[in-house]
Design a protein around this ligand. Structure first.
Ligand code: SAM
Ligand code: SF4
Ligand code: SF4
Length: 352
């Protein structure tokens, strides 16, 4: 499938709150080699049927159309994106689009040791590794796998193959890893990575979620001040989800306060599942089918669905969830039965 050449850039798309469409998170698989309790608490899921998964060529066509509408940042995610065979080939294809300025990867790190060099050579710009604990026994309890050492090996190799700007993402959970914040920052320093603490979210199958387990931005800062003293917020003009802070020794770190201080007002992100459904919000219950017109080779219909989808976007999912707290209505986001019927409702299908 090829695109008509020399197409003019469609004017930048704005949603109903004047938010542009800039960042696309591409989930390349719904499979994962971990079972993090906050993301995939069960062992088996209703997996996306194999023949519905987009090929690299199909993904690349969609990227090219999204770029016409203003997307300039791509993040490869999953499931575990490094389980998708030959990912460097996709990175090379995406890298051909002049409008795509940034190609990043979020991974659990297990397969980085063997793939980092090929990813770098293919033109991947940045790597984020998710790591929630530095204690092997905790890692095993959280992920139900014994691959902790491989994650550390993966992190260690990132800089060696040439990447800069490594990030480590940690979901901060009360009563689980709230005693490791300082250790994680120190570990980040030792591997030249910026650590970002993510507030625990109630998306998808995070069925163990409760507000009492959320370690808030305020609590994270309070705790870190006890060790590091004054912490300065960095003033940045960015739509990035992380708010960044500076310690007095020059170390920076981030907090992604999705649960207590949602940043929906500036959200320019959307998500594409591995089977070609486009979600306008992490909390969206329904996606827009782009696979159908794509496979019918009706690219004008793909464009039309993107244009009308983003143009009528009203999503402010994390804010809506937060507003429910006032009336004590913040219960389970989606009933388990519904999750079983629609695998795309899961965090691991829509890419986090
Ligand atoms: N498997 C890859 C990984 O773990 O990095 C990529 C996919 S994962 C769904 C993307 C990110 O979502 C990870 O950093 C993970 O920690 C985060 N995540 C998953 N469930 C979450 C939850 N309930 N609350 C906050 N972050 C979550
Ligand atoms: Fe954990 Fe990422 Fe796998 Fe979810 S997709 S279970 S966060 S490694
Ligand atoms: Fe964007 Fe939805 Fe997340 Fe808000 S909840 S920041 S609108 S993806």
């Amino acid at each position: 499938m090829s695109l008509a050449s020399g197409q003019p850039m469609t004017s930048e798309l704005l949603d109903t709150f004047d938010r542009p469409l800039r960042s696309l998170r591409l989930s390349v698989t719904d499979r994962c080699n971990l079972r993090c309790q906050y993301c995939m608490p069960e062992e088996e899921y209703a997996w996306l049927p194999r023949d519905t998964l987009l090929t690299f060529e199909e993904i690349n066509v969609l990227v090219s159309i999204f770029a016409e509408f203003g997307v300039d940042r791509i993040r490869l995610t999953g499931g575990e994106p490094l389980l998708r065979r030959d990912l460097p080939t996709l990175i090379r294809m995406i890298g051909q689009h002049a409008r795509i300025q940034d190609i990043a990867l979020t991974t659990n790190g297990i397969l980085l040791n063997e793939q980092a060099q090929a990813l770098f050579d293919a033109g991947l710009h940045r790597v984020t590794v998710s790591l929630d604990t530095l204690k092997p026994d905790r890692f095993k309890t959280l992920t139900r796998r014994e691959t902790f050492d491989r994650v550390l090996e993966g992190i260690a190799i990132v800089e060696k193959v040439g990447f800069t700007g490594l990030k480590i993402d940690t979901v901060a959970i009360k009563g689980f890893n709230d005693d490791e914040l300082v250790a994680l920052i120190e570990y980040g320093k030792s591997v030249n990575a910026e650590v970002r603490f993510i507030e625990y979210m109630d998306v998808g199958g995070a069925n163990d979620w409760s507000l009492t387990k959320v370690l808030s931005r305020a609590e994270i800062l309070l705790q870190l001040r006890q060790t590091y003293g004054p912490i300065e917020p960095l003033i940045e003009n960015s739509s990035a989800p992380a708010q960044r802070f500076l310690l007095s020794d020059g170390t920076t770190f981030g907090i992604i306060p999705s649960t207590t201080t949602p940043f929906c007002a500036t959200c320019d992100r959307s998500r594409l599942t591995a089977d070609g459904f486009w979600y306008l919000c992490l909390y969206a219950k329904q996606g827009i089918d782009l696979r159908e017109p794509l496979r019918l080779k009706d690219l004008e219909e793909v464009r039309s669905r993107i244009r009308s989808g983003w143009g009528s976007r009203t999503d402010r999912g994390a804010e809506d969830r937060k507003n429910l707290e006032q009336s004590s209505m913040r219960g389970r986001f989606i009933e388990i039965e519904k999750l079983r019927q629609d695998p795309r409702l899961e965090m691991h299908a829509r890419g986090g």
